[in-house]
Each structure stands twice: as C-alpha cells, then as structure tokens.
Design a protein around this ligand. Structure first.
Ligand code: ADP
Ligand code: MG
Length: 309
C-alpha cells in the first residue's frame, strides 16, 4: 500500500502541492490527471523521493520515502521513475540501454529479458540500433522498457505516451498494463490526456492547482464530474441549465429528437471519422453534440439529454 499523508511542498514562495492525501493498494494502477501546471510531475517526484517534503509523510508498505536530505542518491530503490524527458544513452544500442542495469552474470537470461521488454514496447526490430537514431516516440518506448527492466515494486510514469503516435498508443497501453498487472507492479501515471486513462486505470486522481480534488474509479469520475474543470479534462463538455440546475453533459449524451425544450441552431459540423461533432447555439450558448448524421449551418433541431448527470 502506498500512503501519501498530508503532503505539502513548495519550490519557491508559492505552495505547489497542498495537503495531498491518498492511498493506493499494491498492484493497482492510478492515473493522476489535471491541467498543465497543476502539480502532477511534482507529486510524482515527491513520491519518488526527489525532494524533501515541507509537511507530511509518504510510505510504501512500512517504509518511509525520504528525500535528498536523508539519502545520498535521491530516489527509492524499489521504485522506478520515468521522467517527462527520458534519459537514454545516445551512443549505445536500444538493447544495451534497456539492459543497462541488468546483471551480466547470466547473459542468456539477460538477453531473453531484454527481448521480452522490447516486445512489450514493440521495439524488437530496433534492438541493435543506436538510441540517437530513434524518433521521439521510439525513444519514449525504449525508456519505458528500461524502467521495467528491474521489475520495480512501484512504477511512476510521467506522461509516458506523450510522444507516441495514436495508432500505436492503444496496443502499447494494452501490453504495458497487462504486463504490470501480471507482475503485480503498482503504477502511477501522470497525464494531461484523460483518454489515456479511462481504459486502464483502476483509480483516477484529479488535481487542480496543487490540490487533489477527486479520487475514484474512472467510470464514476467520468460519469459524475463534480465541476466543469473535471468534466473538461475528458473533452468538450456542455454546461446546460435544466430546471435551474447546471448539468455537465458530454457531446455523446445529447441526441436529436423531434421536439424538446432544448431548441438549437446548427453552426458548424466537424467530421470525426466515426461521427460528426456538431457545434450549435442554444439560447446564445455554444453546445456540442455528436451525431451520425451531418447537419448544415442554420438547421434548427431539438436535443434531448440521454443521461442526466
Ligand atoms: P504538471 O506536471 O501538472 O504540469 P508541475 O508539477 O510540473 O505540473 O508544476 C507545478 C508548478 O510548479 C508549476 O507552476 C510549475 O511552474 C512549478 N514548477 C515545476 N518545477 C519547478 C521547479 N523546478 N522550480 C520552480 N517551480 C517549478
Ligand atoms: Mg508534468
């Protein structure tokens, strides 16, 4: 169990993390989401022990995470941290980078291990290529394999998919998270892209301006956003006033009906592959909804909310 208790931290005069509290069961995956600058990377670094806390304590099992004041080499042994800027050695090969910290005592075992890790990140073909020849996305994949190499108990990943093409992201995520589950590795992923999160995280933690404002399972947080800020992390969201109460409604929750109180005028249609995202005006307010049918500017339609949140 990872325990973050009442943690407060500042770089300068301004407080960056304020009274962060949460626990995470061993073997689970947690996603930290929030807008850029809200403190995700800082929180990961604190969990890893890169800075001294101003207040509070962090524990992994019964061990306290201690900062540089108490450790000559910052960072906890049983954890691995993948920084936003992955550090690979440019002049050695992909396989050498991944195996850098693995023991040379059993060369066959080491080779098998490297092959297995490169498979997870889909980089087998590049095993013998020097890291400097890789694209940003490829480097990021090798960096992921490298932090997995030593089978940490806790893995901290900072924006691990930020440079990876969309078409590869899904299969990489599936492979990575099934590997982590199989090995029962506890994982925390910081990301500004919440779509990264919904399919794999056991839990989500939402941060805003250095504070944890929500923690829960992804489906619950997605379906019951407490504020516009939370729902907007999941994409375009509509704020619709129904019977004096404001509801946060996602575009896929609005559908065209023959008649309703929600009378709108279409302003623009965006082709999104599987559907159209329609921008419309409702009483001077801009609304977005998804539709399988394309509509043209000026069309007047009625909408209904499929699920009221
Ligand atoms: P996120 O990862 O959510 O984008 P960060 O944790 O990187 O957010 O940053 C949180 C806040 O702390 C930001 O206002 C950022 O400018 C500030 N900050 C981050 N790193 C440092 C640093 N080394 N020194 C001073 N301020 C920093
Ligand atoms: Mg960050």
């Amino acid at each position: 169990m990872l325990k973050v208790e009442n943690v407060t931290f500042s770089y300068l005069a301004q407080t960056t993390i304020t009274k962060a509290n949460f626990t995470l069961e061993g073997g689970k995956s947690l996603a930290i989401i929030g807008e850029s600058g809200c403190g995700k990377s800082t929180l990961l670094k604190l969990i890893y022990g890169l800075y001294d806390l101003e207040q509070g304590q962090i524990f992994w099992k019964d061990l306290e995470v201690l900062g540089p004041k108490y450790h000559l080499i910052p960072g906890m042994e049983y954890m691995k941290y993948l920084a936003q800027d992955f550090d690979l050695m440019p002049y050695i090969t992909v396989a050498e980078n991944v195996g850098k910290y693995l023991s040379n005592l059993y060369p066959e075992t080491k080779k098998e291990r490297i092959t297995k890790l490169l498979e997870i990140v889909e980089m087998q073909e590049f095993a013998n290529v020097k890291a400097k020849y890789l694209s940003g996305g490829q480097m990021q994949r090798v960096a992921i394999a490298k932090v997995l190499a030593l089978e940490p108990e806790v893995l901290l990943l900072d924006e691990p998919f930020s440079h990876i093409d969309n078409f590869r992201k899904n299969s990489l995520r599936r492979k990575l998270f099934s590997y982590l589950k199989q090995k029962q590795i506890t994982c925390i992923v910081a990301t500004h892209d919440s779509t990264d999160v919904l399919s794999f995280a056991d839990e989500v933690l939402v941060m805003q301006q250095g504070k944890i404002i929500e923690q829960g399972n992804p489906e619950f947080i997605f379906n019951n956003p407490k504020s516009h800020y939370v729902s907007s992390l999941f994409g375009d969201v509509n704020e619709i006033k129904i019977k004096e109460k404001i509801h946060f409604v996602y575009p896929h929750q609005l559908k065209v009906v023959s008649n309703s109180d929600l009378k709108i005028t279409v302003s623009t249609s965006y082709f999104r592959g599987s559907h159209y995202l329609i921008e419309a005006l409702y009483d001077k307010q801009v609304l977005f909804f998804e539709s399988l049918i394309d509509y043209t500017k000026g069309e007047i339609l009625f909408l209904d909310v499929v699920i009221i949140l």
